[in-house]
Design a protein around this ligand. Structure first.
Ligand SMILES: [Zn+2]
Ligand SMILES: [Zn+2]
Length: 343
């Protein structure tokens, strides 16, 4: 079968002909119909410091996908041949402290598709049955393939409710753009976004942002206070990984508000005015990673299948699998939303 393989410990990846994976008793074989490029895939492709520590080539890349089950292992019960599925990418162990106390998303022994085992940029992928998520038959494959990052957005937006609230989102890359749609569908009354890319800000407007601020050219803080009658926002979502954006966001939070942090920062230590901008404001701050398994998937699936959330503006490019490098280039230049690949 065709597959995009990270073959060497340096920039790049290759399309190779490799054997169709063999499944274990608790696994299923899936014919991939569509896959999406994630920021993680770009890290692996360009071979940054994180990738150097985590990835052991040769390995098939990719983890966001949808497809049809073509074979099931002996112990597989819930999933049947012919099912239309997507997958949670985090494979938890089921027996560590976090797994036993209801937090498999931060399992100590986490394995990740396309990171610690072969991924989905291929004609077929083998996955454990326990991470498979059944899709409604009428869900377009492109939508089904981006439910994993949409789950990140859902968890970030809905760490607490947003109905009737004002929301600021710093950073509207693909997940930030999805977050705009989730906040809108969940009843936020004003959504103010900031980014450095006009391309992304334009898509944010299509996803339901009321105010889009280019933080490189305009004053984000002024814009937020002007739009909220001087109150600041009830909800702040940090999705850029920029220390400046985080500080700007904290400074426009209304006292008593809530912040969710999803963006990963380039540096471990980010100076923040804790006294004035967090403690005396009595903010609640959530760190978000992965998705709640499978509570988040239920919400994602219902938002899409009910038509309450239309993610089509975020899907900006579609390529054949063998043209994956075109997608990587667009992602690297920040000139895309989600890029879909078809094996
Ligand atoms: Zn992803
Ligand atoms: Zn565990």
């Amino acid at each position: 079968m065709k597959a995009v393989v990270k073959t060497e410990k340096k920039r790049g990846a290759e399309v190779l002909n490799v054997p169709v994976p063999k499944i274990k008793d608790d696994e299923i074989l899936v014919k991939v119909k569509a896959a999406a490029i994630c920021g993680t895939d770009l890290h692996i492709y360009v071979w940054n410091k994180w990738a150097e520590e985590k990835i052991h080539p040769p390995q098939i890349m990719g983890h966001e996908f949808a497809g049809e089950v073509v074979e099931t292992g002996k112990e597989v019960k819930r999933i049947k041949k012919g099912d239309y599925i997507s997958a949670e990418t985090h494979i938890s162990c089921g027996h560590c402290y976090q797994c036993l106390t209801g937090h498999p998303e931060v399992c100590e022994n986490l394995k990740i598709l396309g990171v610690s085992r072969d991924g989905a940029f291929a004609e077929y992928i083998a996955i454990p049955e326990k991470i498979a998520w059944k899709n409604p038959e009428n869900l377009p494959v492109e939508f089904a393939a981006i439910q994993e990052p949409l789950g990140n957005a859902v968890d970030t937006v809905l760490a607490e409710d947003v109905a009737g609230k004002t929301v600021a989102i710093t950073g509207v890359g693909p997940i930030g753009l999805l977050a705009v749609g989730v906040a809108r569908a969940s009843g936020a009354t004003k959504i103010i976004v900031s980014d450095l890319s006009d391309y992304h800000l334009e898509i944010a407007k299509k996803m339901g942002a009321d105010v889009a601020v280019n933080a490189g050219k305009e004053n984000f803080k002024e814009a937020v206070f002007e739009e909220t009658d001087g109150l600041g926002v009830d909800v702040g979502l940090e999705m850029s990984g920029s220390g400046k954006a985080l500080n700007d966001l904290l400074s426009v939070m209304t006292p008593g508000g809530r912040v969710s942090l999803l963006g990963l920062f380039g540096e471990d230590f980010v100076p923040v005015s804790l006294n004035d901008n967090v403690i005396f404001k009595k903010l609640r701050i959530y760190g978000i990673t992965g998705r709640r398994i499978f509570q988040t998937w239920v919400i994602v699936s219902r938002l899409l299948s009910s038509g309450r959330l239309d993610v089509s503006p975020v899907i900006t490019h579609k390529f054949k699998l063998e043209d994956f490098e075109k997608g990587m280039k667009l992602m690297e230049e920040k000139k895309s939303g989600k890029v879909i690949l078809y094996p």
